[in-house]
Design a binder for this molecule. Structure first.
Ligand SMILES: [Zn+2]
Length: 274
């Protein structure tokens, strides 16, 4: 794990790339920023998480790091031990963790719970949507660090994902006051940002080929054919919004159904104290 502190070793903010070794966008964004670091006005820690998986260009070495939280420093796998290490490095920092997918070429943010503290930064990030992971937080970084915003930056390995990661990183640092704002463009899309909550996983039967016929975040009607396994249609039992839906992104599921909660400006943020 590579860790670089700016403004002291007691950071308030954290930026994480490389939780998954085959998702270079966040690593590229961090490395390019730190080639010529800006002046930081708040203490920030930057972390390149799973260096062993990155070197192997694999998602993980022994188990998925983003399913290994809370970690264990004497744990049985590389990722269990790394999760403990990462957790103690991040403490209670407001954390940006950058990822990429096989399901969506745009950007979106994932949170465990839409607290007051996350509302402000989320409204300043160049994302298409916010996804509350609902009951699907188990083992993820959110489990250890609830003040985490995960961002999906685009298609895994694409140049666009790296460009998006750089924009997201810059926006996060500006929104949190870590660096002076440079942008003259629109400051906040807070009112307009749509918020979804994950509902259930969409199982995928064993097959040689898979297809997906619908777009993420666009409503699928009851009875609509939205995917296929070996040419056999999968039909929606109820209407839903697909999130992280892809033909080959996961081994046993196509992705998730989600419900649309509304625009972020219309939702009451849940108080952190409550
Ligand atoms: Zn990832």
């Amino acid at each position: 794990m590579r860790v670089e502190y700016f403004g002291g070793t007691e950071p308030e903010l954290a930026v994480v790339g490389g939780i998954h070794g085959d998702e270079p966008c966040g690593i590229n964004a961090i490395e390019q920023l730190l080639e010529d670091p800006p002046t930081f006005e708040r203490p920030v820690v930057f972390v390149i998480a799973n260096e062993e998986a990155i070197a192997a260009e694999h998602r993980y070495v022994e188990e998925d790091l983003n399913r290994a939280f809370p970690g264990d420093e004497a744990g049985p796998t590389h990722e269990k031990r790394l999760a403990a290490d990462l957790q103690s490095t991040l403490g209670d920092c407001l954390t940006l963790s950058m990822h990429s997918t096989q399901s969506y070429d745009g950007t979106f943010a994932l949170v465990n719970e839409l607290t007051e503290q996350l509302h402000g930064p989320l409204g300043q990030l160049p994302v298409d949507a916010v996804v509350d992971v609902g009951s699907h937080s188990k083992g993820r970084l959110f489990d250890a660090i609830p003040t985490t915003i995960e961002v999906e930056c685009g298609y895994q390995g694409s140049a666009q994902a790296t460009r998006n990661a750089k924009r997201l990183l810059q926006s996060f640092l500006e929104a949190t006051g870590a660096v002076a704002p440079t942008a003259t463009e629109d400051d906040s899309q807070l009112e307009e940002l749509p918020v979804f909550r994950l509902d259930r996983q969409i199982p995928k039967s064993e097959a040689a080929t898979y297809d997906v016929f619908v777009s993420n975040f666009e409503q699928v009607a009851k009875g609509e054919r939205f995917a296929a396994a070996d040419g056999v249609d999968v039909v929606a039992e109820e209407s839903f919004y697909p999130v992280l839906l892809s033909a080959y992104g996961y081994e046993t599921v196509f992705g998730y159904t989600a419900e649309y909660l509304g625009k972020i400006g219309e939702l009451d943020a849940r108080s952190e104290v409550a």
